[in-house]
Design a protein around this ligand. Sequence first.
Ligand SMILES: [Zn+2]
Length: 300
Amino acid sequence: MLISLVKRSVIALGIGLLSLPAYSEVRVFACEPEWASLTQALGGEHVSIYTATSNEQNPHYIQARPSLIAKARRADLLVCTGAELEIGWLPLLIRKSGNPAIQVGQKGHFLATDTMTLLGKPAVLDRSLGDIHAAGNPHVHLDPERLLTVAERVTQTLVSIDVANSEDYQRNLAVFSEEWKEKMVAWRSLASPLRGQSIVVHHDNWLYLQQWLGLNKLAALEPKPGVPPTSSHLSGLVSQVKQTDVYGIVYANYQDKKAADWLSDKTGVATLALDFSPASGERLVQWYERLINQLVQLNH
Ligand SMILES: [Zn+2]
């Protein structure tokens, strides 16, 4: 009796080993909340996600601290922005993780900006011009069109890692894309009054949103990218802003609001803090809709 029981479990184990390598779950390390949210939507029940940063942090500057390294060590898939956004911390994190699955060139190493044309690629790379992104502007999650492309590529990656659940991943992609495309139509019409309006930004990280909505960037509060606003630069902006019909002064929720408030005080132009990324647990579609609504309602 006992022997037959043992024999049966050995056989069961043998069958299990021969079948497809189904993951109980794909462990995902997402650098920013937008990729956590997207991968959750596409991976559904087959993924467990750790998000390295919250939407209250500036993703340009993160410490590769031991707790992050430990999470990266156990990940099957890394989903990050790339294009040098995380250049200050991600390469070190990947190296220290010692995890072969997420090294550059492996299928567990996914960068949203790979194989994508980026806006704002500097013609000349001159570091004296500030902390510029040599590969182009990496903040592609603000572009609904590019986001659909990223969704397709994340799905392909999930399928390649966990082929046993490929049907589920494809179905999730279809659901995500359908809703997203419907929303894009709605957002476009909702935001049509913004077309041609000028804004002042804190840092040049809204480029894709500006382009999609047809907003013009008049100026940035930072004198150079990554360099905090100075009083001389801000004073120079006052007359420029007064001469133009400026719709708003836009900054990311994690940025210091002092400079924006100061300029608003001097010019009467309204300020707007936008969440640069989804809040924890927030769906991408909810977050983007929030941005559009806040922008549209700014002067009402
Ligand atoms: Zn940036």
